[in-house]
Each structure stands twice: as C-alpha cells, then as structure tokens.
Design a protein around this ligand. Sequence first.
Ligand SMILES: Nc1nc2c(c(=O)[nH]1)N[C@H]1C(S)=C(S)[C@@H](COP(=O)(O)O)O[C@H]1N2
Ligand SMILES: [Mo]
Length: 412
Amino acid sequence: MTEMKTSRRALLKTAGGVSFAAALGAPIPFARFLAPGLAPVALAQAVSPAALNKDGLTLLNDRPINMETPPHLLDDAITPATRLFVRNNGLPPAVETVSAENWRLAIDGEVETPLDLTIADLKARFETVTLQLQLECGGNGRKFFKPGASGNQWTFGAVGCPQWTGVRLSDVLDAAGVKPSAIYTAHFGADKHLSGDPERHPLSRGVPITKAMERHNLIAWAINGEAMPALNGHPLRLVIPGWPGSCSQKWLTRINLRDKVHDGAKMSGKSYRMPAYPVAPGTSVPDEDMTIIHSMPVKSLITYPQTGVKKRPSSAFEVRGHAWAGDDDVAAVDVSIDFGATWRSADLDPPDNKFAWQHWRIDVTLPEAGYFEIWARARDSQGRSQPATTPGWNPKGYLNNMQHRIAIFAVL
Ligand SMILES: Nc1nc2c(c(=O)[nH]1)N[C@H]1C(S)=C(S)[C@@H](COP(=O)(O)O)O[C@H]1N2
Ligand SMILES: [Mo]
C-alpha cells in the first residue's frame, strides 16, 4: 500500500519534477482521483519551453521533456543556455531535492582508490577549465528517415555548442588510479525511470577508456559561466564531445570503471547502435549485428538567414552557420543556390578549441526573382562529406547528417 502511494505520488509531478501541489502552491484534496498523466489545467502552461526558461525551442514531448532548437536560433557563436536543446530519457531529479553543496560524485570500479567527491572537492583538487564543446543527440535528424523510427522526431535542432566549465574527466580518473583492467566507463545520473521503479535507470551509458581519457571531456558544473539549467543536468554533468549526446550523463552521481563493455540502460539492443553493414530501409537487423556508435559524423547548419525569408534579387547578403565533425575537424563548407548543381566554398574558421563547432560564412546573390534554396555541405578532415538525402537507414534513426536546406524567396 505504502509503495503504491509512493509511486502514485511520483506521478503527481510536473515534467520538471516538481510536485503538482508545490507548483500550484495549494494541496490537491482529490489528488487520488487525478488520472496518471493528467496534469492540473492550472499548470497547462508550466511545460511550455518559455516557462522552462528555454527561448523559442520546439517541445517534442513533455514526459519526458524533449525540446529542440530551430536552426535560426542557433546563430550565436556560443549557444546560450536558454537555447540549448533538452533530451531527457527519464524524469529529472526534483528541483527542490538538488543541492550543489551536498552533491556527491563517486568514482569506483576498476580504480586503485575509489573517490567520493563533492563539487567543492572537484574545484579544490583539479584544474578548472572552460572549453566550447559540441553536444549533439545521436537521434538528431531522425524525423527524415523512411520508414520512420520511433523516438523523438528531431529535425535539425538537437545540437548546441556552449562553453562548459568544469574539471577534466581524465584528471579525476588519474587521481583515482585507472587499473589496467579498466576498459570501459559506466555513467550514472540522479534522474528516475519513467516507470517510477527506483531499481531501473532511464539511461546509463559509457565509453571505451581511451575515449574517456581524451583531454577535452569535462565533468562540468557551468554553462557559459553560469549554473547549468536544471534540465541540462544541474548541478553536475559529463560532457563527452564528438560522440552521441547520450554519453554525456546529466545529474552525474557515479562513474564506474568496468573490465568489460558497459551493459547499462540503452547500451544494448538497438540503442545507440548501427548495423555493422549497410541495410535496405526497413530491414529487421539482428541485435548481434548492431555495433555501438562512436564518433558522430560531419554536419553543418545554416543559422542565418532563417528559412522562408525574402531577399532582394541581385543584391548580396551573408549566409552563415556552423559545422562540426565528431572527433574530426571540418576541412571545408560548400554552399549551393541551384539545388546542388554548383557549389562555392564558404570562409571557414578554425574551432575555438578542439571539439568546438566551426563558423562559416559566404556572400550569396540570387540572380533573379523567384524561389531558391540554399544548401550547405561540410567535409571533414578525412574527406567525408554530408549526403544530399538521408544516409544509411538504421532501425532507430541515428546519425542523419544530410545537408541542411533553407528556402529563400527573391522578391523585387
Ligand atoms: N542522466 C541523464 N543524462 C543524459 C540523458 C538522460 O536522459 N539522463 N540524456 C542523454 C542524451 S540522449 C542526450 S542527447 C544529452 C542531451 O543533453 P541536454 O539535454 O543537456 O541537451 O544528455 C544525455 N545525458
Ligand atoms: Mo540523445
């Protein structure tokens, strides 16, 4: 009976984790009759992106909360926290239960000395670094695969590149003493499984130890110099740039080093895995033929102008955006205004630091009045470039790095 009450109570919460009663500022005498999943109408606005301090994002799902950013709102060189997408697999810890002062991070498993650290310990014992690091969901672009895959129907906006402040994951692992037997990390966070079952994790992924020791991975507590938004992992998260966002555990409480590939939630089956060989769209692929995604592929976004706007023919305007390439660098960005028949290369900046996205710009003139599209195509340092349409179909719709196209009307 008590157990039923607890899980029932867990359901009586906003998607942000606050209890309905607390959010309303009033008890709910008939709470026992409120159907699971039915939010009080007085809170109907509470799940709007603006109410969650997310500026202009598109809400894809509110339990769990998932929001993406329209490309033109990603025009800043450094993504503002208010415009960083949100991808939750479960229910974030209730805001009132999160205290940065009391937060603990455990480092255990295949280490010489297990550590139990507060955020103050992290700041005192390790060098604080600030890096601009890209974060992209492995399912970004899922919407465009045919046949479609279940899951959030991300278009282009499950990506961002803010500045993160924290300590290097490798420094912390070094302090714990990585045993030669450690081959994989396992990450754990304080969010809850949607079922309310405390034994189940919504997400627990990891990376090979060689990737974990890469010097740009951070255990971060700040975005752009400020505390992270609750939905993006406050007070502590991992940032493992270049790999699927799911490797970057939010509300980080524990990193366990393992002597085998981690088998936590969403590590196995079809999750964050690709067929080991190309398959025809719609193929049912046996689990044993699925391999774990490592680096994300090369990709670019046009962040200015906004799709659909009007421009004057025969007068130049700037087109700009960003490009990134997982573990690699971007070597070139080309732009086409004639549906891919001809391409011109854009000016491309080097990254601010390794794993920051790279800005590009080009002046474009539309020759006459009418409908045009602007296409952008990035190429990485290994010569791989973005396909015009969806790349290799896969059961869960990952790694769609097709070119971004925008519509422009040239009007006299
Ligand atoms: N604890 C926890 N960490 C998590 C997730 C989650 O559901 N729970 N989602 C992951 C996924 S799939 C992505 S893409 C990124 C998204 O980070 P963001 O919400 O800050 O944009 O967080 C990752 N870290
Ligand atoms: Mo993700």
